[in-house]
Design a protein around this ligand. Structure first.
Ligand code: AQP
Length: 333
């Protein structure tokens, strides 16, 4: 079977962008692949973080993977910092990655701009760590949202550079392919349809979190940005909020685009918003219930992460050994 690798940072609440852009797709394809899903906690400290909540946030994301439908028959769940090969490969790849490749990354530029003078070097090398995450498992496919496309291209460039420089006869690293689904690849903010929904947006009203209770979901949809135009349409560039809200309704209801057009074309916002609210609440309820069940059995979650780590380590350590051999390192005595 081909292999899949992906992850989410434990940097705050999982929102509909993370769910619809990434995790839901993992669930849909998981039986076709051998999957590794990690909670990327090393990435979480590339921006200022709170040590008091990191561990709890890491468990929350792992529990949400299970709650969203990750099936341990097909998938392994583990924590990135539990497998030390991630940091080690990151260092080795850092040394062969040209600085200007990293300085050109859009996410680095955006996040560095937000942080002003306090930018850690880890923010710059974030995409190298992400490359290490993927390449350690010789992943064939990486299901992510649209915002990660450039980082995936960088991972491919690093593979080509490494194999070309150090492993010409027998490639050591595999070229990964991004898997980006068209629908949901870029879920937009509820308060500005031209910005992506994001964990770091200071406004809670900009996103619906997977664990939001029904009254909060209702409040956020009630107060979300709309426009004064009558009737609802997809794909009108002048109506980004309308496209985003209809897309959310389509994805959360499981209806086709045609069915949503037929149902909503003549609606006003007063009619559509309650419909979207009810649909979102109903779609998230089973995930929230399952999440409570998983969190009630901490020992089970810990055993899942232990098993995941074991599986992950076996593969990761092999790749790391091959990379070190290609670079000319000695074998420990
Ligand atoms: N708005 C989005 N639409 C579709 N997919 C998205 N993803 C994130 N936001 C959207 C996808 O979710 C996965 C995990 O993301 P992450 O937590 O590792 O990183 P992120 O992109 O930094 O998440 P946020 O929420 O956008 O945080 P900030 O505010 O820090 O930038 C990835 O597959 C990502 O594509």
């Amino acid at each position: 079977k081909q292999r899949v690798l992906s992850g989410v940072q434990p940097t705050g609440n999982l929102h509909l962008g993370n769910y619809l852009g990434a995790i839901r797709n993992w669930v849909e394809i998981q039986d076709q692949y051998e999957n590794f899903f990690c909670v990327v906690d090393l990435h979480a400290i590339t921006v200022p973080h709170n040590p008091a909540t990191l561990a709890a946030d890491t468990y929350t994301i792992a529990a949400l993977y299970l709650a969203c439908g990750i099936d341990l028959q097909h998938s392994h769940i583990f924590v990135q910092s539990h497998v030390s090969a991630h940091s080690e490969l990151c260092w080795l790849l850092n040394c062969i990655t040209p600085l200007n490749w990293l300085q050109d990354m859009i996410q680095f530029k955006e996040k560095a701009l937000k942080q002003g003078e306090n930018v850690g070097a880890g923010l710059l090398t974030y995409p190298v760590l992400m490359s290490a995450d993927i390449l350690l498992y010789q992943a064939d496919k990486v299901p992510v949202g649209e915002d990660q496309k450039q980082h995936l291209e960088l991972a491919r460039d690093i593979v080509n550079r490494f194999n070309h420089q150090f492993a010409k006869d027998k490639p050591v690293l595999k070229l990964p392919d991004p898997l980006i689904r068209k629908e949901g690849a870029r879920v937009m903010s509820l308060t500005d349809g031209t910005k992506k929904m994001s964990k770091s947006d200071p406004s809670e009203l900009s996103r619906i979190n997977v664990l939001d209770p029904p009254d909060q979901i209702a409040n956020k949809i009630k107060r979300c940005k709309t426009d004064p135009v009558r009737g609802l349409t997809f794909d009108d560039v002048d109506r980004p909020e309308c496209n985003n809200l209809l897309t959310l309704y389509m994805l959360l209801s499981g209806k086709t685009k045609e069915a949503v057009v037929a149902e909503c074309a003549d609606m006003g916002w007063g009619q559509f918003k309650p419909l979207l609210t009810e649909t979102a609440i109903n779609a998230l309820k089973p995930i929230q219930d399952k999440y409570q069940e998983v969190m009630a059995e901490k020992g089970y979650l810990e055993s899942v992460l232990r098993d995941g780590r074991e599986k992950a380590e076996a593969i990761a350590n092999q790749t790391l050994a091959d990379v070190k051999a290609a670079l000319g390192y000695t074998v420990p005595l």
